[in-house]
Design a protein around this ligand. Structure first.
Ligand code: ARG
Length: 460
């Protein structure tokens, strides 16, 4: 058996079970690119500070290039007995270039190394997620543009409430996604500080330059407390919290579209390319992708809960438990990227059943609130007008008709304040147009919102 990089004080090697149980190479090899980036910056700094010769640094940099090439070509052999990505790369470098490689770990511990890698990895992951969020926003705005003027029932308690423009409703999701991206950007700014040089926990007595490595790796500044630097996982908790909120938004979107695709709603027809069938019922066409968007949000929340629970009882500083922080993060990122991608594809592959929606609009007295506003404009106190309209709706229910079908006499029998101009307020088309407060569903407001998003998302 090969001597471990930390093997000096040991007489015996670990058992196979311990080796299998404690390894992280099976998953942390995903950090290889960032590990190599960190080592390049570290070696350059050591040379500049006179802690390593220029020629040693050059052979380290060449060796790291070669290792990166081998990893990317699938030629690199990852070894479980070398435990994790950091020691696999360092030991392979030593195999390759010999003595100079032994200087690379000067003034560095795996504790600050792993966090440097992980922060760099999360930073890139955040950038990828934000790109996908924007892609979904574009798909939703495009869908809105394709369905100009379409009125749909708006719901509260899943009961018909008020008429809204479909565009308005779709833009509600676009707004949520914008805040999701904003939370990720906040998290990115807060995590972008460099732990490298914190070493095991106390820093070092060697003359390193932490500002140089921090800058070379694109961090804002080195972290100012070495103990904090190797202990902190709140950047991960914040990242997974942001992902969880995004996942919940997508789950709600998924639920809405699954409902809309049902026979009972029948608002949308997903194309075959985003639907799947049943192994027994030949007629079935199911919206599985959006059901799985809803379902996979559970994983993303679970990943956050795993991390919260992991950190709960840990004293300062590094504890090996923290090795368990990687897989939930990798899972969360992979899952959220998939959820965003599939939601965008679904949005690109649904048709709104305009006729069916139109035919369904008269049900539910969606114009009742607009009628109450009409009475307010006539000087009736709102509570009184609520009551008058309530009695008008009751009359409609007993006659099985809509508010706009009531005659002038019938309305006046409820309250004499009604006048013939009332009919301009009735029916969903009239009702929706009456909305004009800032941010409301009236067509002028929605047109403003739509042009804002088209400009922001660069849609022409
Ligand atoms: N693989 C370890 C992790 O992911 C690296 C740090 C190990 N440090 C140690 N002292 N054992 O956390």
């Amino acid at each position: 058996k090969e001597n471990k990089l930390w093997g000096g004080r040991f007489q015996e090697s670990v058992t196979d079970a311990v080796e299998r149980f404690t390894e992280s190479i099976s998953f942390d090899k995903a950090l290889y690119k960032h590990d190599i980036m960190g080592s390049r910056a570290h070696a350059s700094m050591l040379a500049k500070q006179g802690l390593m010769s220029i020629s040693d640094k050059d052979s380290i940099l060449e060796g790291l290039d070669e290792i990166e090439r081998r990893i990317e070509n699938g030629e690199f052999v990852w070894r479980t007995d070398r435990e994790d990505v950091h020691m696999n790369i360092e030991a392979a470098l030593t195999d390759m270039i010999g003595e100079p490689a032994k200087k690379l770990h000067t003034a560095r511990s795996r504790n600050d190394q792993v966090l440097t890698d992980f922060r760099l990895w999360c930073r890139d992951a955040i950038d990828s997620i934000i790109k996908r969020i924007k892609y979904l926003q574009v798909a939703l705005v495009t869908l809105a543009l394709e369905n100009k003027g379409l009125i749909v029932p708006g719901y509260t308690h899943l009961q018909r409430a008020q008429p809204v423009l479909l565009q308005h409703l779709l833009l509600a999701y676009v707004e949520q996604l914008e805040r999701d991206a904003g939370r990720l950007l906040d998290c990115r700014a807060r995590l972008n500080f460099c732990p490298l040089g914190a070493c095991a926990l106390a820093g070092t007595g060697l003359p390193i330059d932490r500002f140089m490595t921090s800058e070379a790796l694109g961090f804002t500044a080195p972290m100012s407390n070495s103990i904090d630097a190797v202990s902190d996982r709140d950047f991960v908790l914040e990242f997974l919290s942001a992902n969880s909120i995004t996942a919940i938004h997508l789950s709600r979107l998924g639920e809405e579209w699954v409902l809309w695709a049902s026979e009972e709603f029948g608002f949308i027809t997903p194309s075959d390319s985003v639907s799947t069938g049943s192994s027994i019922m030949p007629q079935k066409k199911n919206p599985d992708p959006m059901e799985l968007v809803r379902g996979k949000s559970a994983r993303v929340v679970g990943d956050l809960v795993t991390l919260l629970t992991l950190c709960k009882g840990l004293p300062l500083a590094y504890n090996r438990d923290l090795q368990e922080d990687k897989e939930p993060v990798f899972d969360s990122v992979k899952t959220i990227l998939g959820m965003l991608e599939v939601s965008a594809e679904f949005a690109q592959n649904i048709t709104f059943n305009q006729e069916r929606i139109k035919n369904a609009l008269p049900a539910g007295h969606l114009d009742a609130t607009t009628l109450a506003d009409y009475l307010v404009k006539k000087g009736v106190p709102f509570r009184t007008s609520h009551d008058i309209v309530g009695r008008s709706v009751a009359l409609c229910v007993s006659k099985n008709c809509q508010l706009k079908d009531l005659s002038m006499d019938e309305m006046r029998s409820i309250d004499p304040v009604f006048d013939t101009d009332v009919y301009e307020f009735l029916g969903v088309e009239n009702a929706v147009e009456k909305f004009c407060s800032y941010g409301s569903t009236g067509s002028a407001c929605v047109a403003d919102q739509l042009s804002y998003w088209m400009a922001k998302l660069e849609i022409s």
